[in-house]
Design a binder for this molecule. Structure first.
Ligand SMILES: NC(=O)c1ccc[n+]([C@@H]2O[C@H](COP(=O)([O-])OP(=O)(O)OC[C@H]3O[C@@H](n4cnc5c(N)ncnc54)[C@H](O)[C@@H]3O)[C@@H](O)[C@H]2O)c1
Length: 263
């Protein structure tokens, strides 16, 4: 299927590492002009160069999504470079695993700012230009922890639930402007070490997928018998961002091999 993304401009927050990198590479391969908005300039440059090496177009713009002024400046740079913004992918996120009773208000604040306020900042910055052009697609990356809970991810999963809910309201408010707003909700999508930079939440952190025993336990939760890849998420984002999904808005699509089939 030709998704018709050629020449469309797509901002991908956190587009340098792991899932964001997979989304950026997929959109780049589909012919979109990719704007990687990330804190990690070194890893963003690597992803930009890989998109270009495959024949695509991309730039990196350093921006902290928790700061509205930096987000607005990043959107302006995207429009200066490519003329318009057609797609926003709210992918940047962060967590540190801990049981809720052991967490502190400072940690809650950091998690809420990156995962939820960051997404709101980016939506606010693109909705007006998208409304003016009477078209646009926003896809936000949530998590299946928002649907079925995620032990040691309490505040993070709350933020992801907030992303799901905000998406539904924004979809209702902005459909009249031709803007569609959806969510892709991954399950475990562990990174390859070469696909992450130093600002990735996985950098230097051993996850369950890193040991044979941990992976075995993880796979029992996945009816399709494997964990996710950044390409799995990139494919779903590309579909929802494209005109092939022109009658889909306000939806949460789990891309997680059946992990949350009961949620
Ligand atoms: N990896 C998983 O298993 C998994 C599962 C479910 C949901 N998710 C979600 O998918 C998204 C991507 O996850 P990932 O595993 O690729 O994460 P990651 O930590 O590997 O990559 C996140 C990227 O965001 C950037 N970033 C962090 N804070 C930023 C900020 N304030 N401003 C701009 N950029 C910032 C980082 O530099 C990095 O490049 C996140 O929203 C995450 O919550 C991941």
């Amino acid at each position: 299927m030709d998704l018709g993304l050629k020449g469309k401009t797509a901002i991908v927050t956190g587009g340098a590492s792991n899932i964001g990198r997979g989304i950026s590479l997929t959109l780049g391969a589909e012919g979109a002009n990719v704007v990687i908005a990330d804190l990690d300039e070194k890893q963003a440059a690597k992803t930009v160069s890989d998109i270009k090496a495959a024949g695509g177009k991309a730039i990196a713009v350093k921006a902290d999504i928790t700061k509205l002024d930096e987000v607005e400046a990043m959107v302006k740079k995207a429009i200066d470079q490519y003329g318009r913004v057609d797609i926003l992918v709210n992918n940047a996120g962060w967590d540190a695993f801990a049981f809720f009773v052991d967490t502190t208000p400072d940690l809650w604040d950091k998690i809420i700012k990156i995962n939820y306020v960051g997404m709101m900042n980016c939506c606010k910055a693109v909705l007006k230009p998208m409304a003016a052009q009477k078209s646009g697609a926003i896809v936000s990356i949530s998590s299946d922890s928002s649907r079925v809970g995620g032990p040691r991810e309490a505040v993070y999963s709350g933020c992801k639930g907030a992303i799901n809910s905000l998406t539904k309201t924004l979809a209702r408010e902005n459909g009249r402007f031709g803007i569609r707003i959806n969510v892709v909700s991954p399950g475990a999508t562990p990174p390859k070490p070469e696909d992450i930079g130093e600002k990735s939440m996985h950098f230097g952190v051993a996850g369950p997928a890193d040991s044979e025993e941990g992976m075995k336990a993880l796979l029992r939760l996945y009816p399709l018998g494997r964990v996710g890849t950044p390409k799995d998420i990139g494919n779903a984002v590309a579909f929802l961002a494209s005109d092939a999904a022109s009658f889909i808005t306000g939806q949460i699509l789990s891309v997680s091999g059946g992990y949350s089939v009961v949620g």
